[in-house]
Design a protein around this ligand. Structure first.
Ligand SMILES: C[S@@+](CC[C@H](N)C(=O)[O-])C[C@H]1O[C@@H](n2cnc3c(N)ncnc32)[C@H](O)[C@@H]1O
Length: 242
């Protein structure tokens, strides 16, 4: 699929009016962190980050609970957060203000995650997260779901050998669909899979970071959450399986 044939971006770019402080962050801090993806060449990570380090990418970070916890937990690494919703980006920037984060380590892409994936160089991400992507439950909207055969092939392409893709969803058929596509890719192996029933304490979930906003909402509303991580096999293991 070429860039121009991508389906349009669905979902909201703007929400409720922002507070003056958040508006200010979007006009002062965001331009320092945002970047665009060149149309024809892969994105140059060396021009994006002053220091070479493992790169972590989160697509659809919402208000950034998880992204911030990863940033704070991996103080030497580089991060890209992708989120088209301006209210979410502003909330993330506000949260980040309360911590001493080296801004050279974090970049924000404010457009569609598909165009980012297509522009990323191969084997560039150590970890890639898509947590609680928009569910689009109606049959006629299924094609709008972010994770599909094409995006998962791109995710696989941009992962480093040994890199980890983690996703979570409270929509069972979406989760199963992603699981099926990942299992069909010989070079991805399931690392961890977990489920949190609505009767369980959230402390029993198989993740080591704070609840994301949508995850918290799913628990409060009694929906079951599913989590899975896949690892990209190394060339060595791939050779053996040929
Ligand atoms: C259901 S929310 C989950 C947000 C967050 N991950 C969480 O768990 O709280 C899905 C997020 O994906 C973002 N999103 C939707 N389509 C996207 C796309 N094509 N590329 C990147 N992000 C997208 C939305 O703006 C929204 O913030």
């Amino acid at each position: 699929m070429t860039l121009s044939s991508h389906p349009p971006l669905f979902g909201r770019r703007m929400g409720r009016p922002l507070t003056p402080a958040k508006k200010e962050l979007l006009t002062t801090t965001l331009p320092l962190l945002s970047f665009s993806v060149p149309e024809n060449n892969p994105l140059s990570l060396t021009s994006l980050f002053p220091t070479q380090a493992p790169l972590h990418l989160e697509i659809g970070f919402g208000t950034g609970h998880h992204l911030l916890s990863q940033l704070l937990g991996n103080p030497e690494d580089n991060f890209i957060g992708c989120e088209p919703y301006m209210g979410g980006i502003a909330a993330f920037l506000k949260k980040m203000e309360g911590h001493s984060v080296d801004l050279a380590r974090i970049k924000i892409y404010t457009k569609d995650g598909q165009s980012l994936l297509h522009g990323m160089p191969p084997h560039s991400c150590t970890t890639l997260f898509v947590l609680f992507p928009d569910p689009w439950p109606k049959k006629r909207h299924l094609k709008r779901r972010f994770l599909n055969q094409d995006t998962l092939a791109q995710i696989f392409r941009v992962l480093t050998e040994g890199g980890i893709f983690t996703f979570a969803s409270d929509i069972e058929d979406y989760f199963e669909q992603v699981l099926k596509i990942c299992h069909a890719m010989d070079s991805l192996v399931l690392e961890t899979q977990g489920i949190l029933e609505n009767t369980q304490e959230t402390s029993q979930r198989p993740l080591h970071w704070p609840l994301t906003r949508f995850e918290g909402k799913a628990h409060r509303e009694g929906r079951i959450c599913n989590y899975a991580s896949f690892k990209k096999k190394t060339e060595k293991i791939l050779d053996k399986s040929l």
